[in-house]
Ligand binder design. Structure first.
Ligand code: SAM
Length: 237
């Protein structure tokens, strides 16, 4: 039963405050026990563990242990509210390092670009919202300076750079507008879910399937119930 029974007392403000504090403590504890607890160190060092080691620690959508899944779902809330949506790994840094100079679009907190820069890559971060809390919990531009540019404006402003985009907004056309602005020959590294998932739009998938060549895909670590992977495309027409 979730609703209060008729005549039952509403919890006091103090009870609610205590309940929120207990929940926040549980989230933090789950995060500290999780395999992503050292993400701040990864970013500072420009290095991350291998995908295989992170998957072995439970960071895969195939994880079936219910207790581990529950813990990692709690840890994910802290991860997303502080950093963002996808989990870096050594192989992803390697794939991105083989592209040209990068412009990240929709960069959010800027944690990926910060990590890539510390790994020695030439990368710049852009987002339509470059500062402040934009509704996901994380602070835009917290980990590196973010140029205030929409996706397609960023691609147009940096035509010589390959494009990196992680978790384009579900149901929003901005990422499609951005890839439409990419010149033939430019490469796109995209972290997102397959068609039907919770990133991007069907139109984005269709445009990539018809105007780009898929050069390769990398299985990155995933939080339970997330199906994101890193795909690299090249615009062909
Ligand atoms: C789901 S979040 C992903 C953030 C970050 N890439 C990550 O993986 O954590 C989507 C991001 O798209 C940005 N965004 C929304 N509209 C945009 C637009 N028109 N152009 C560029 N970025 C946009 C949001 O500000 C937000 O940072």
């Amino acid at each position: 039963m979730t609703a209060l029974a008729a005549g039952a007392q509403q919890p006091s403000e103090e009870t609610l405050r205590l309940a929120r504090a207990v929940y926040a403590g549980r989230l933090q504890a789950a995060f500290q026990r999780s395999p992503v607890a050292r993400i701040a160190d990864w970013i500072a060092a420009g290095q991350a563990p291998t995908a295989e080691s992170l998957r072995a620690a439970g960071l895969t959508t195939r994880s079936t242990d219910p207790e581990r899944v529950r813990e990692l779902r709690l840890a994910r809330k802290v991860f997303v509210r502080t950093w963002g949506f996808s989990i870096p790994c050594a192989e992803a840094i390697g794939v991105l390092s083989r592209l040209g100079p990068l412009v990240e679009i929709g960069a959010g907190s800027g944690y990926w670009t910060a990590l890539l820069r510390h790994a020695g890559l030439d990368a710049i971060a852009t987002d339509a919202a470059a500062t402040g809390n934009i509704g996901y919990g994380f602070e835009a531009g917290r980990f590196c300076p973010v140029e205030p540019l929409s996706g397609h404006a960023a691609v147009r402003a940096h035509p010589e750079r390959d494009v990196f985009c992680a978790w384009p907004t579900e149901g929003s056309p901005w990422a499609l507008a951005a890839v439409r602005a990419m010149p033939v020959g430019r490469r796109l590294a995209l972290i997102g879910e397959p068609r039907g998932g919770i990133t991007g739009t069907p139109g984005l998938h269709h445009f990539l399937e018809t105007r780009f060549q898929l050069l390769g895909a990398l299985a990155i670590p995933q939080f339970p119930r997330c199906a994101d992977q890193l795909s690299v495309y090249q615009r062909t027409r």
